[in-house]
Design a protein around this ligand. Sequence first.
Ligand code: CMP
Length: 145
Amino acid sequence: TQEQTLAMVKPDALKNFGAILGAVEAAGFTVGRLRMCQLTPAIAQGFYAVHADRPFFGPLTKFMSSGRIVAMELVAPGAIRKWRDLLGPTNSATARQEAPSSLRARFGSDNTRNACHGSDAPETAAQESAFFFNRSIGRCCSGSN
Ligand code: CMP
């Protein structure tokens, strides 16, 4: 039975989007929907609102609004777990130790600049997918989008 997750290629890894999409395809995901845009600081704060009280919230939302991102709805059996396994540990430095072939090991830098995001549960996957795709063009992004 199919499941969907919301994947994001973060600003630090946009230059590696081709390799990341290749890994997505090699792992057997279907890309349901896809959008490239640059988040405004306010929209990045909205996306990560659950982390608003954390010390890394400021640096995280500044980073996430520093360049373009790609949001993708990935579909596969067990997509949420499957994508997080492909990502590896949150901290790219840890990922290089524990999961050297993971996407965060290959394309990220540290605990904030970690290349990609993946939803952690079915409820957040649905919310995050709606965040990017169930709104009129223009509201989630700045610039010409
Ligand atoms: P992500 O999977 O997008 O979910 C929340 C993000 O917050 C995470 O990836 C990291 O980019 C960032 N993050 C999580 N924990 C920390 C931390 N301890 N220090 C800095 N950034 C963090």
